[in-house]
Every structure is written in C-alpha cells, then in structure tokens.
Design a protein around this ligand. Structure first.
Ligand code: HEC
Length: 158
C-alpha cells in the first residue's frame, strides 16, 4: 500500500514539475534537448566568431563602427534577439540582415540559407533561447504563436 502511494506521489510530482517547467519557461520541451545540442554546435561553428562564444556580442555593439555599420549584438538578456518572433529570427538567419541605418548596403549579418539546413536554422534559434531570462522566453513564445517557424524547418527529415 505504502509503495503504491509512493509511486502515485512521485508520478504526480514528476508530471506537475515537468508540465509546469515547460509552461512556465516557454522553452522547447525536453523532446527538443538533442536538437538544442545540435543548435549549440551550429552556434559554435557558425555564429560564435561574431556573436561571441557565450553570445556576448562585440564590444560597443550599439555604436556604428568606423564603416558606419553596427557590430554583432549579444544574444543574451541585454540584447534584443528575444524581441523577435520565431518567424523573424528564422528569416534573419536564413536571409541575413543589416540595420537600415547602416551606411553601407552589405548584409552585416550573413545569410545562412545556402549553408544550413532549415532544421539547423531552427535548432540554432532554439539554442539562442537558452540565453534568455524566463520572462523573455515567455514573451517571445507569445509573439511566436502568430509568427511560428516555417513548416519546412519543423518537418525534420528522418
Ligand atoms: C560575420 C559576423 C556574423 C556572423 C558569423 C553571424 N552574425 Fe548574426 N549578426 C551580425 C551582425 C553585424 C548583426 C547586426 C546587423 C545589423 O543590425 O546591422 C547580426 C544580427 C543577428 C541577429 C539579429 C539580432 C537582433 O538583436 O536583432 C540574429 C538573430 C543573429 N545575428 C543570429 C546569428 C546566428 C544564429 C548566426 C550563426 C548561424 C550568426 N548570427 C552569425 C554578424 C554576424
């Protein structure tokens, strides 16, 4: 009898903790964990050189440099990556980006659609979410309800 209660109690605790965790944090569910590792690898290989190993960005990222371009911003709480929906973040990484006020026309943020698979772009964006606060993750998850990742990136080829 005791044993049975123990099972029921631990089952309840685990479910509540699990669901509460996923909901409160608005971060990818535990099913996404292998993809988060993949995302981290993609980040280290393709993004860290400009955005920093810890996502800290370049020094003076808020000021235009000598060429009149904005340096790579941080992806953590102090940056504004978290303010963009999944659809927008996907687009920025796939198609590249430049601040409209940059004095040159080039894409200061390179386009990755020829380099990374759609699922890798989604994975690296999901990895960036691990650098945000709970509050920021929740806000971004709400934004993304209306603007999700493109279908092509979600259907992972087997
Ligand atoms: C050659 C340097 C460079 C590399 C490599 C690079 N970025 Fe960027 N990234 C930038 C710059 C510079 C900007 C800011 C562009 C601007 O505002 O003019 C930027 C902006 C961004 C933004 C928008 C941030 C915001 O606050 O609006 C995201 C998201 C982003 N990069 C993600 C990535 C990811 C993911 C990778 C790797 C796949 C990557 N970047 C690789 C230079 C780089």
């Amino acid at each position: 009898m005791r044993k049975r209660w123990f099972f029921i109690a631990s089952w309840l605790t685990l479910s509540v903790v699990g669901v509460g965790h996923a909901m409160a944090e608005g971060r990818p569910s535990s099913n996404d964990t292998p993809q988060l590792d993949d995302g981290k690898k993609v980040y280290r290989q393709y993004c860290a050189s400009c955005h920093g190993t810890q996502g800290e960005g370049m020094p003076n990222w808020q000021q235009q440099n000598s060429r009149g371009e904005l340096p790579a911003p941080p992806h953590g709480p102090e940056g504004h990556t978290w303010k963009h929906s999944n659809a927008m973040l996907y687009r920025i990484v796939a198609e590249g980006w430049r601040d409209p006020w940059n004095k040159t026309d080039r894409l200061t943020m390179p386009a990755y659609q020829e380099v990374l698979a759609p699922s890798e772009i989604r994975d690296v964006v999901n990895y960036l979410k691990t650098l945000w606060t709970q509050e920021q993750r929740r806000h971004q998850a709400d934004e993304s309800e209306q603007a999700p990742f493109p279908e092509s990136s979600v259907a992972t080829p087997e």
